[in-house]
Design a protein around this ligand. Structure first.
Ligand SMILES: Nc1ncnc2c1ncn2[C@@H]1O[C@H](COP(=O)(O)OP(=O)(O)OP(=O)(O)O)[C@@H](O)[C@H]1O
Length: 643
């Protein structure tokens, strides 16, 4: 399928011409060449474009990264082509979610391969979109036909939305066409799969709002806000304008809001207001999904609302208790994953989306955050669950044997290869292979791994014929792969191929709310295993845990608990058992605070060491620091540094 129309945005004439030749030769249509963001936008308005090849530094003030943001909004895939491997630029570029990144000077095959990967990823995200829409359509229709109360129906539908539109609170507001409000409910997420439904009046009562205030809160409720996403300042402005939103946001610690309204056939307007505790979670694709579901919602919501209206008139002011907490049967969906912070719940939602697909997944996160545990759950929730997951730690394998361990070898392939050996990829055939510490994989082997991903075949060392394998690849790393790419240690093409669905496991610092539940879980688990009677921990012990910075994350927390259990002479763990003291550390950190100049000196020294003293040129200290070499030289002079 070579029908893609590709726009080239590149200000160097020779490069643009070369790209044009490569693309035409391979059968692609070139939709045009632009040398600036302004000209690119003119072409984009005039022509249909399926993919954009995008240089970062262009003519004019705006950069390729600025254009990328516009392309993101318009949902046009793009691949960067740039000579700049500076980490800061890479970070900014990465935040625009490109479909690929080609580093100049490139080879023809790099360009064509990146376009192939982009096509794969576009199709894949398209498939994900289609499957989520189909799933939700089916679900909404089947729920609305079940003999359940309207509350239960709304709770079920809300819960089903969660993996596709992550939220901590969902407000559903119904306004009749004569502007008489007939219903407002809030649904808050209590646990991974537990929701609570609260009618607005009860919510206001619980918040201590009296009848007079209630009226003004209500009257200031906007009748209609256009479909949109509010985050950052826009969210603060919105909550400042709308008291009820302010109250909800404060009560549930919410930071962003996505609003979508749907007009039913009878003229009623139903507004869905999704809120999250994370500030940058909502995306255009969430609004798109709701938009795609509009016909299904129109067809089925009316019926749920009728149920509610009937109930209200039946009760005529008499309140019957209704079950408002819903626990679906999949309570134990995830094995052993403890935590209910927004950061971990968001990760689990992502995990549920990607698990049943066959996509490669790249799990990133600091050491000890639970990456392996996430990989096990991914496998367990996939269609390959009855086959094995073979785990390989790339950092632990000896350099001279890693290829044969992964790919196997034929008898006599090298000295000492007295028998044929099946490698890990073949062992995992039909199942999943988990490549832990992928950033440590030797550069040469990365090309072979790319081949497994692309062609689904391997070759044993010393064997001439490729062997077909059917496996899913899950990789994990605690390294920043962009940094490794910049250092020339990790292949960019492999990164993009693996990074189709990235899962970032939050550090323990980013989910402090979970420290207490994790600690209690480990206390119970390990005291049983160690045969000691430990009933709990002192408040000070827990306080120290929650204030500590946990560089070793959950693994460190688990070790601290095991050690404390072993040392404890009493049934309650006491803070004296801890070998850190947060107050002392805070004081020490304060007294050893460095000046800005000292910090700058240390940082430059570190980077110089990293570049082995090289100042200018690609990969030199000046490039890594993002300043001209001349500036670096004069800074070094001032700080008394020599190469
Ligand atoms: N959410 C969780 N609930 C309970 N236990 C957890 C959780 N996450 C991790 N653990 C435990 O913490 C320890 C570290 O987890 P794991 O080995 O998966 O981390 P990792 O990120 O793969 O580490 P590394 O990068 O060093 O390989 C394990 O003992 C695991 O069982």
């Amino acid at each position: 399928m070579m029908t893609e129309r590709i726009l080239i945005v590149e200000d160097e004439f020779i490069v643009a011409h070369d790209l044009q030749m490569i693309l035409s030769h391979a059968g692609y249509k070139v939709a045009g060449v632009a040398d600036s963001v302004k000209n690119a936008l003119i072409l984009l308005d005039k022509k249909e474009v399926d993919l954009v090849l995008l240089d970062i530094f262009l003519k004019g003030k705006q950069t390729g990264i600025d254009l990328a943001r516009i392309l993101m909004e318009r949902q046009i895939p793009f691949i960067y082509i740039s000579a700049n491997s500076n980490e800061r630029v890479l970070e900014a570029a990465k935040s625009t979610l490109p479909y690929g990144f080609i580093v100049k000077p490139y080879r023809e095959k790099d360009v064509l391969l990146s376009i192939d990967i982009a096509r794969y990823r576009t199709n894949h995200s398209q498939n994900l979109k289609i499957s989520s829409k189909l799933f939700m359509e089916d679900f909404i229709v089947s729920i609305s036909m079940k003999p359940l109360s309207w509350q239960k129906k709304l709770l079920l539908i809300a819960g089903a939305f969660q993996p596709y539109i992550p939220f901590d609170f969902l407000g559903i507001i119904g306004i009749t066409k004569d502007k008489l409000r007939f219903s407002e409910v809030g649904i808050s997420r209590k646990q991974f799969d537990e929701y609570e439904l609260l009618p607005i009046d009860e919510f206001l009562e619980a918040s201590g709002i009296n009848t007079a205030d209630k009226k003004s809160t209500h009257s200031l409720f906007p009748e209609h806000i256009d479909d949109a996403i509010f985050m950052g300042e826009a969210f603060t402005d919105l909550t400042d304008q709308v008291p009820i939103k302010n109250l909800v946001a404060k009560t549930y610690h919410l930071k962003s809001n996505l609003i979508k309204s749907i007009r039913l056939d009878n003229g009623d307007l139903i507004t869905f207001s999704f809120y999250s505790r994370l500030d940058t979670i909502f995306k255009q694709e969430h609004l798109d999904l709701l938009h795609a579901l509009e016909p299904t919602l129109i067809g089925n919501l009316a019926h749920i609302i009728e149920l509610e209206k009937a109930e209200v008139s039946r009760q005529q002011g008499i309140k019957e208790p209704v079950p408002t907490v819903f626990n679906p049967p999949h309570e134990t969906i995830f094995q052993k994953i403890i935590g209910r912070s927004p950061a971990i719940l968001n990760l689990l939602d992502q995990l549920l989306i990607v698990a049943p697909t066959d996509t490669s997944v790249l799990i990133t996160g600091e050491s000890g955050t639970g990456k392996e545990m996430i990989a096990q759950n991914l496998h367990r929730l996939s269609a390959r669950r009855n086959k094995s997951m073979v785990a390989v730690n790339c950092a632990a394998l000896p350099a001279d044997l890693i290829e044969s361990i992964l790919f196997g070898h034929e008898k006599g392939a090298f000295t000492g290869a007295s028998n044929r050996r099946i490698g890990k990829f073949e062992e995992a055939n039909g199942g999943t292979i988990f490549l832990d510490e992928i950033g440590e994989m030797p550069f040469d082997l990365q090309a072979k791994l790319l081949r497994v991903l692309q062609e689904k075949e391997i070759e044993r060392v010393g064997g001439g014929t490729p062997i077909a394998v059917d496996l899913r690849i899950i990789a994990a790393t605690n390294l920043n792969l962009e940094k490794e790419i910049a250092k020339g240690k990790f292949r960019l093409d492999l990164f993009f191929r693996l990074n189709v669905f990235p899962l970032e496991v939050p550090s323990l610092r980013a989910r402090k709310e979970d420290i207490a539940v994790l600690a209690s879980y480990f206390i119970e688990k390990h005291s049983k295993e160690l045969g000691k009677i430990i009933t709990g921990a002192s408040a000070n012990f827990m306080d120290q845990l929650s204030r500590y910075h946990w560089p070793g994350n959950i693994r460190e927390l688990e070790h601290v608990i095991i050690r404390s259990i072993l040392l404890s002479k009493k049934p309650e763990l006491h803070e004296n058992l801890l070998d850190f003291n947060v107050e002392k550390e805070e004081k020490a950190a304060f007294s050893s605070t460095k000046t800005i100049a000292e910090n700058e000196r240390d940082h430059i020294l570190n980077v110089l060491n990293q570049c082995k003293g090289r100042i200018s040129g690609p990969g030199g200290a000046a490039e890594l620091l993002g300043i001209p070499a001349t500036t670096l030289n004069s800074k070094m002079k001032k700080l008394g540094l020599r190469r």
